[in-house]
Design a protein around this ligand. Sequence first.
Ligand code: NAD
Length: 354
Amino acid sequence: MAENEAREPREVRVALVGIGAWGRNLARNYAQMPGAELRWICDRDPRRLADASRNFPHAMCTPDYARVLAAPELDAVVIAASAVAHFALARQALMAGKDVYVEKPLVLDVADGEELIRLAAERNRILMVGHLLEYHPVVLKLRDMIRAGELGRVLYVYSQRLNLGTVRQDENALWSLAPHDISSILFMLDQLPTDVSARGQCYVQRGIEDVVVMNMDFGGQAMAHIHVSWLDPHKIRRITVVGSKRMAVFDDAEGSEKLRIYDKGAHLPDEYDTYAASTGLRFGDITIPYFKATEPLRLECQHFLECVRTRAQPVSDGHDGLRVVKVLEAAQRSLKSNGEPLPIDLSGPPRVAA
Ligand SMILES: NC(=O)c1ccc[n+]([C@@H]2O[C@H](COP(=O)([O-])OP(=O)(O)OC[C@H]3O[C@@H](n4cnc5c(N)ncnc54)[C@H](O)[C@@H]3O)[C@@H](O)[C@H]2O)c1
């Protein structure tokens, strides 16, 4: 083998399963990214496959998943099918010896998530879940600021993920939208919630909640409030972090000014020495850090390729996916019992360092 051939890593050969509204974005990234070859596209819908073969002429398109998995040259399977299909598709891919990326939520059942983690470990395969916001430059910046104490002690976080649509039939708004908020809040705070509660209502379809508000409590310290809906007049993608020193607002619907840091606050009881001072509010500057325009999905796909090449554990690995599924499952049980707060145990292996 020539010397330069030995140094040049070969392209990671990827198959995409599910080329719907979101899968198209993954296909575009893998088709364009150096170091990747989008070799197969699989979807059970013939119209979606026909579109795929027009848009990605270099990929082989098929409805036959078994044929894809049987391809010996294939390294990794990227799953962007509907959430109900995640477990079966990921399980088959791991059994076939492929590395696997699964869109969020990892699975719809805790036991299924545990099985995927076990299979990946047994077969020494990469298992990564698409917790997109863990790769978002603004979330990384907020996580660093929180770590460095720049916001002070985090008092509470609230997020809003609202829009008119996309209405899904096989999962509710909680499972469809809240994985983004749960994963990014746990990631930024680097804390685990001790109890979860949720309330919601079904308006559009019987038995499928369109609007959910849920809470996570972090051992009586910080609290987080998440509002998700696909029945709302506004498209809102916003996370607000209120710290004892500063406050921050991440607005992902903004084009360029996605993060605002408010040097605002109040004198908290452990910081005052007279009663008069305790009621004082503080108003200061608002800063807007600059972020280079980068597609977070591109960063996420690059991380998956890197893990496949180097065999490193992904930041959003199976355990990270399972933590979020456990929170969702507890929130779902709380939904069905009128918002009762339910204790949750998320102990497990430590988070992979980002
Ligand atoms: N990370 C994000 O920001 C983000 C955004 C939207 C959706 N998603 C996730 O992406 C996934 C897909 O969502 P979507 O909006 O593209 O849905 P979609 O319904 O538009 O597309 C799903 C596609 O998967 C195909 N499919 C379903 N089951 C299959 C199977 N067993 N084998 C082969 N193909 C199958 C369907 O035919 C369809 O083409 C979901 O898991 C969703 O949660 C992630």
